[in-house]
Design a protein around this ligand. Structure first.
Ligand SMILES: Cc1cc2nc3c(=O)[nH]c(=O)nc-3n(C[C@H](O)[C@H](O)[C@H](O)COP(=O)(O)OP(=O)(O)OC[C@H]3O[C@@H](n4cnc5c(N)ncnc54)[C@H](O)[C@@H]3O)c2cc1C
Length: 385
């Protein structure tokens, strides 16, 4: 394993950091207050090539791989974690999955737009009554001549009402459990029978839109089935093993943001005639944050390196996601303590860090689910794909 950064990796990380500083940071307070999703950020990311990772240039990709992708996502998420979803929602969700499973027509129709930012992407698995238990989903897709007819609803979908193109998982054989799920490419702007309802109230990730989707006899052209019929569960797990890198990297980035903030505050704030950073107990908190932050990032790069080299990486991805989630929540908690009452005010971002950190324990497999994957592979109960 070589974590020495290439010139490409350094350049893309600097580009992403510069973009986040100029285009995301100035709007954070306003967007947080208004729960406002800024679509032009996605467009600009596309223009800069920040949505083209892992995709060949012939389909509009930037020719860069996993190491560059996590380096860029890390810089963006450090400024505001909601914007990490642009890379997961466009690239690692729809674009990469279409690249792996799609027909040539599907690749040409959707991937370039997802990479350029012309299309916003999403993926819809979760329903009100099936989250961790993906194979328990109830949404159906019935064969009707040249179309699949989708009925049912999806819940908690990131970018559900703001996306143009989404992957939607539904049962094509409701009697077959996980073996009866298929994956569909839905062109939301040209599909009737889909009501997209924004979820306005949630604990954090305020500028990141989340939605409920209701499909009422929505007709999807036959050509939009992605991959083989009834193979949706495998496609979904393959996709999640990629999108989870967004959570892993986002968790590491959020923990770094908390650490940077806490270090600065501990050096500035004085009590008892000296900076609070001089107190041993504050130092212990800073040391804990630093240990976990370094480890979280190293685990992200390990998983990215395995992916880059096409080696088994499912366990490493789950470890990185699980550890990154824990590091983010712990760091946000400690930052709030170090900032004292100012941390509890809205003058500093501690409240946002804490609210946003909790997402990582839930999305794309809860922490329990990832512990199950890590242990299941370790015990030999499942292969490490
Ligand atoms: C902000 C946000 C954005 C999201 N974006 C998307 C998206 O873009 N697309 C999408 O499809 N979904 C999305 N989700 C949904 C998310 O992936 C699910 O919420 C998640 O998979 C957990 O499902 P659940 O909430 O139904 O919890 P449940 O599955 O009901 O779990 C409840 C509790 O039981 C535990 N549990 C469940 N099963 C087991 C088990 N086998 N062993 C041990 N413990 C278990 C869980 O760990 C958890 O603690 C999003 C959610 C949020 C909050």
């Amino acid at each position: 394993m070589d974590f020495g950064f290439s010139e490409d990796q350094k350049m893309i990380a600097e580009l992403a950091a510069d973009f986040a500083k100029k285009e995301i940071a100035p709007h954070i307070e306003e967007d947080e207050e208004n729960h406002f999703y800024r679509r032009d950020i996605l467009t600009q990311m596309g223009e800069l090539g920040l949505l083209g990772f892992n995709i060949p240039e012939e389909y509009g990709g930037n020719g860069l791989g996993w190491m560059e992708a996590v380096a860029a996502l890390y810089e963006i998420a450090k400024v505001h974690t909601s914007w990490r979803l642009s890379i997961s929602g466009n690239v690692w969700g729809p674009a990469l999955t279409i690249l792996e499973y799609g027909t040539e027509e599907q690749k040409q129709a959707y991937i370039p737009g997802l990479c350029s930012g012309e299309f916003a992407g999403s993926f819809a698995i979760t329903e009100a009554n099936s989250g961790s238990d993906v194979s328990g989903m109830k949404m159906t897709a019935k064969d009707d001549g040249d179309f699949w007819v989708l009925n049912g609803s999806k819940m908690w979908i990131s970018g559900g009402h703001t996306s143009d193109i989404g992957l939607v998982y539904a049962k094509t054989d409701p009697t077959a459990g996980g073996k009866g799920i298929s994956c569909f490419i839905v062109d939301y702007n040209n599909t009737e029978g889909v009501e997209r309802i924004p979820i306005h109230k949630k604990v954090g990730m305020w500028p990141a839109p989340t939605s409920e989707l209701v499909f009422d006899n929505a007709r999807i052209p036959k050509a939009n089935l992605l991959g083989p019929l009834n193979r949706g569960f495998q496609i979904c797990m393959w996709m999640l093993n990629n999108t989870r890198m967004g959570c892993a990297t986002g968790g590491a980035a959020l923990s770094a943001a908390c650490l940077e903030g806490a270090v600065q505050y501990a050096n500035e704030r004085t009590q008892f005639g000296q900076p609070i950073g001089k107190f041993q107990m504050i130092q212990q908190q800073i040391a804990e944050m630093k240990l976990e932050d370094e480890a979280a990032l190293a685990l992200v790069y390990k998983a990215a390196w395995l992916k880059e080299n096409k080696l088994p990486n499912q366990q490493a991805t789950s470890i990185a996601k699980l550890f990154g989630s824990n590091a983010a929540v712990h760091a946000a908690n400690l930052a709030m303590k170090i900032y004292g009452s100012y941390g509890y005010s809205d003058e500093y971002p501690c409240g946002r860090w804490l609210r946003d950190a909790k997402q990582f324990e839930i999305l794309e497999g809860t922490s329990n689910i990832h512990m199950g994957i890590v242990a299941g592979i370790e015990l030999g109960y499942q292969p490490n794909r």
